[in-house]
Design a protein around this ligand. Structure first.
Ligand code: PLP
Length: 448
């Protein structure tokens, strides 16, 4: 609907943006013709009453939510606003340690105190579900003002949100679910009763990059406060191209329900792929609760994940989503050309033939670094030799990207294990990033 209205708009533009929709001058390779600012009749994302409100109402009905908000700055902005609409300086937040860096940034902005839930790591090095026993214990111990969990995770692990929320709500604590990878789950809100749910439409559905949606439910979080915080963190010039993409994506969800032929074909082709791959000799294909993420584990072979990614790219023209030392992660979606699953399995069999079997010795897991300070309390830092940083309080965060989950956060103490882990990951071609990006030479640390 928004797209058609944008297309029909032929008013002479004495307003932003500066391209003036002049496709005669600029050509039409980019969508200049529908890229406008908030002119009369096109509503305002930060106070929607018209066509944008209609899109948010559509999202409400699809996701069975009491309040939905469309986002043009990804899940990141929903997480920043969600945490900052609930938490005040000094409040404790109970956070699953495998959360995305946007959660840590939100905590830093809020000047909150972080306590961690530590999901168990399985034999493949992948973080599992939140333990309900740990949750109950840590709620009693820390009396948090908010709980933040990721479900599904980047790898597709889904936690028991219904029970997590029941436990939290019993103590009147709201739960924020980072469901950046869960936008295909239309029942999540009804089933779990989660208070804040943030979903990236662009990750798993047909939406342009940055398109996302947030939902606020129940009476523990004030939707008005959330809207106010959104207007702090989100651009004041929201893209109508992105908003029409969100609108289109929501229509796509309505037109392609679970029992649609397209959805059935998608899941059948995916099952066929997993069945085919059971016959691989050396590579091991895994999937977790949400099986749209294909994990191809390389540790039984003589190559690492990064080499597998390179072989797929160079020899088979296949670009995967992420490579770690131990596996690659391939993302699928309902919009795939399903014949590509056969191409991927064929490529994997070809590569598999050339590999040698290796005894699998699981890597030593990195223990949670000791937290000395909150990230926002770290002061008087400078760059020091990374090799000599053992025992120093870190002044920056380090993460592998993707998925952007911090290995160490500012305020935590660098250990020999952290140094060895980061060096080993870099040696294996993992894309390790840090706030200041001076690794492996230097790290930003507190000097005292
Ligand atoms: C678990 C998780 N949460 C949040 C985000 C941020 O989402 P976005 O890129 O839509 O801002 C990501 C991005 O990779 C993610 O993996």
């Amino acid at each position: 609907v928004l797209f058609e209205k944008l297309k029909a708009n032929n008013r002479i533009p004495f307003h932003m943006p500066g391209h003036k929709r002049n496709t005669k001058l600029l050509g039409n390779k980019l969508p200049y013709d529908i890229d406008i600012t908030e002119i009369e009749g096109f509503d305002n994302l930060h106070n929607p009453e018209g066509i944008i409100k209609e899109i948010e109402n559509k999202a409400k009905s699809i996701y069975q939510s009491e309040n939905s908000f469309i986002l043009v700055n990804g899940s990141t902005v929903g997480i920043l606003a969600g945490i900052n609409s609930v938490v005040k300086q000094g409040d404790t937040v109970l956070v699953a340690r495998n959360c995305h860096k946007s959660v840590y940034n939100a905590l830093e902005i809020a000047r909150a105190k972080a306590e961690y839930l530590e999901p168990p790591v399985d034999e493949y090095g992948i973080c599992g579900k939140i333990s309900l026993a740990e949750l109950e214990k840590k709620i009693d111990l820390y009396e948090p003002k908010l709980i933040v969990v990721t479900s599904p995770t980047y790898e597709g692990v889904v936690s028991n949100l219904q029970q997590i929320c029941e436990i939290a709500h019993f103590k009147n604590i709201p739960v924020l679910v980072d469901a950046a990878h869960g936008a295909t789950d239309l029942c999540m809100i009804e089933d779990s009763k989660a208070d804040i749910v943030v979903m990236s439409l662009h990750k798993t559905l047909p939406a342009l990059t940055q398109c996302a949606v947030a939902h606020i439910n129940g009476n523990l979080v004030d939707p008005q406060k959330f809207r106010i915080k959104l207007s702090v963190f989100e651009t004041s010039s929201p893209s109508y191209v992105l908003m029409s993409s969100i609108d289109y994506c929501l229509d796509f969800l309505i037109n392609n329900p679970k029992n649609s032929q397209l959805n059935i074909n998608y899941h059948n082709c995916l099952s066929e792929f997993y069945n085919d791959c059971e016959k691989l000799n050396n590579l091991k294909v895994l999937s977790y609760d949400e099986n749209s993420k294909i994990i191809i584990f390389t540790d039984y072979t003589n190559i690492n994940g990064n080499t597998l990614a390179k072989l797929l790219r160079d020899n088979h023209n296949i670009e995967i989503e992420m490579a770690t030392k131990n596996y690659v992660l391939a993302m699928t979606s309902i919009c795939d050309d399903f014949s590509n699953y056969k191409k991927l399995s064929k490529a994997l069999f070809k590569i598999d033939e050339t590999l040698e079997k290796r005894e699998y010795i699981p890597d030593k897991q990195l223990h949670l670094p000791y937290k000395k300070l909150e990230s926002w309390q770290v002061d008087c830092c400078d760059f020091i030799d990374f090799n000599k940083s053992d025992g120093c309080v870190c002044g920056e965060s380090i993460w592998a990207y993707p998925p952007g989950i911090p290995l160490i956060v500012a305020g935590e103490v660098v250990s020999k294990d952290v140094i060895a882990y980061v060096k080993d990951a870099l040696d294996n071609g993992v894309n390790i990033q840090s706030t200041y990006n001076k690794l492996p030479k230097e790290i930003y640390c507190q000097l005292t």
